[in-house]
Design a protein around this ligand. Structure first.
Ligand SMILES: O=C(O)CCC(=O)C(=O)O
Ligand SMILES: [Fe+2]
Length: 205
């Protein structure tokens, strides 16, 4: 088994057992560095938008719930770094389909930037318009992250009828994966800029 396959197995094991999984060093430091460069290029180009919730028309209300700015990745991107990233994500999808028969046929993926003071209140990733989301995957890009930065992902799980929260720091290279329909989660207020790439693996086009 390759090192990459071991990581895939570790992720699947976690999701099957707990509904979520965390894999460190999923992205290598040079991959993170290149992704940060293209992130910055895309951001400078002014294409990021304030993220919405539910209906597109209600962006202003959404800022009370989530404060990130996003840009969707083009699945046919020819940028070498985006290609590397999309291919790596696809390798995970292929492995999931081969070993777990999840029938994932598409993905929607965006860059996300949380400025100082921003957060994403407790939610689930499957509101009405988001049918067909099987797995949520979040790739973090924050080098030199320290706990004082805030900006944690909190995943809420149930254990013997009791709610438990799992705190996940958004450190560079880390991949978090969870069942989109099952788990509530939130991003706590960040005290520094917080960068990530979030994706949903879909069983529909
Ligand atoms: O960035 C994170 O840690 C989570 C983001 C999230 O929950 C979302 O975009 O739906
Ligand atoms: Fe979410």
């Amino acid at each position: 088994m390759t090192t990459q396959e071991q990581k895939f197995e570790q992720l699947i094991e976690g999701v099957v057992t707990n509904g979520y999984a965390i894999c460190d060093d999923f992205l290598a430091p040079d991959e993170v560095e290149n992704l940060l460069k293209i992130f910055s290029v895309r951001y400078q180009a002014g294409k990021f938008k304030e993220a919405s919730i539910g209906k597109q028309s209600e962006v202003h209300k959404a800022t009370l719930v989530r404060g990130d700015e996003i840009l969707w990745l083009e699945s046919n991107s020819t940028d070498p770094t985006e290609r590397m990233f999309l291919d790596k994500n696809q390798a995970f999808v292929n492995y999931l389909n081969q070993t777990c028969y999840l029938g994932i046929i598409d993905a929607e993926i965006h860059f996300a930037k949380y400025d100082i003071g921003k957060f994403y209140r407790r939610h689930r990733d499957t509101f009405q318009a988001q049918k067909g989301r099987i797995l949520s995957v979040i790739y973090y890009l924050n080098t030199n992250w320290v706990p004082e930065n805030g900006g944690n992902l909190i995943i809420y799980t149930q254990e013997n009828g009791l709610e438990k929260s799992v705190i996940v720091a958004p450190i560079a290279g880390r991949l978090v994966c969870f069942e989109s329909e099952k788990l509530d989660h939130e991003v706590t207020e960040t005290f520094v800029e917080r960068l990530s790439i979030t994706g949903w693996l879909l069983n529909r086009k």
